[in-house]
Unconditional design. Structure first.
Length: 276
């Protein structure tokens, strides 16, 4: 059973009551996305981290990357917070990942009252890795290493990993209000996606093929009106903004792509369609 550590970013800046609400929404969205993609997993929250246990880590990571609110994920190896256990796992983890003559560094962080510091973890684990790979002629390089090993200690749990997969971050879909988005072209699609990233539940209409948006929200709906909608979303460039009469709309109008060039819109749309 693999363990995936998922992190959020700006949710942590919210007040405690708001953060708890956002965390609950994020967990709900994470479970829904995994189920939509057919990934069997157990999702647990502890502090500012989510832990996903699954038999299919790669498929789960691909699914988690589409969940707005998640800033990054890592497939991790877990042990206890005892220093000797951390060092033992770090040494074992490093063996297949360090080659002849490579340099490495250890980046450690911790949260809790373990009786040691993050620097202690980095120093002791680094020493264990060096000894385990000494026959390969490895060396420590804290400035520009070939390989970086990450260690995160939280209360009585410790995690060792080598990769951080960046996600879209933003806010969980459903944490903000509902908006009506018009997707008649590429800008309309990207505009709707950007509002989803800001936590809005988007109701979409338009002549463009906006089906790519469904992969980011299993509950995405089609429509032109909703009594709880808080605004309209239009895909406009700065030049096209002059043709819009905002007074014709009964609600505030948002233009998320107004500062983007056509090339930037095309580039963002390509990422959206790939589900990355």
């Amino acid at each position: 059973m693999a363990v995936i550590l998922a992190r959020y970013s700006e949710i942590g800046l919210k007040s405690t009551p708001v953060r708890r609400r956002f965390e609950n929404q994020l967990r709900e969205n994470t479970v829904a996305m995994l189920m939509e993609d057919g990934v069997e997993a157990l999702v647990e929250r502890q502090g500012a981290r989510f832990y996903i246990e699954t038999e299919d880590a790669d498929k789960a990571v691909a699914s988690l990357r589409k969940v707005f609110g998640i800033a990054s994920v890592s497939i991790v190896e877990e042990t206890t917070s005892r220093m000797e256990d951390i060092c033992a796992l770090a040494a074992e983890y490093s063996l297949p990942r360090l080659s002849e003559g490579q340099s490495f560094a250890v980046k450690a962080r911790r949260e809790g009252s373990q009786g040691y510091t993050s620097m202690d973890v980095g120093r002791e684990a680094g020493s264990a890795i060096f000894i385990a790979n000494e026959d390969k002629g490895v060396k420590v390089d804290l400035t520009d290493p070939d390989v970086v090993f990450y260690i995160e200690v939280r209360d009585n749990r410790a995690f060792v990993f080598g990769d951080i997969v960046r996600c879209h971050a933003g806010l969980p879909v459903g944490s903000q209000g509902k908006v009506l988005a018009r997707a008649d072209d590429d800008r309309g699609i990207v505009s709707a996606w950007l509002m989803m990233k800001r936590g809005c539940r988007v109701i979409v209409s338009g002549s463009a093929d906006w089906s790519c948006l469904r992969q980011y929200d299993p509950l995405l709906k089609e429509g032109t009106e909703h009594r709880q909608a808080l605004g309209y979303v239009l895909g406009m460039s700065l030049e096209g903004l002059e043709s819009v009469d905002s007074s014709a709309y009964s609600l505030p109008v948002f233009f998320p792509t107004v500062g983007m060039t056509d090339d930037e819109v095309a580039e963002q749309l390509a990422v959206i369609k790939q589900g990355l």
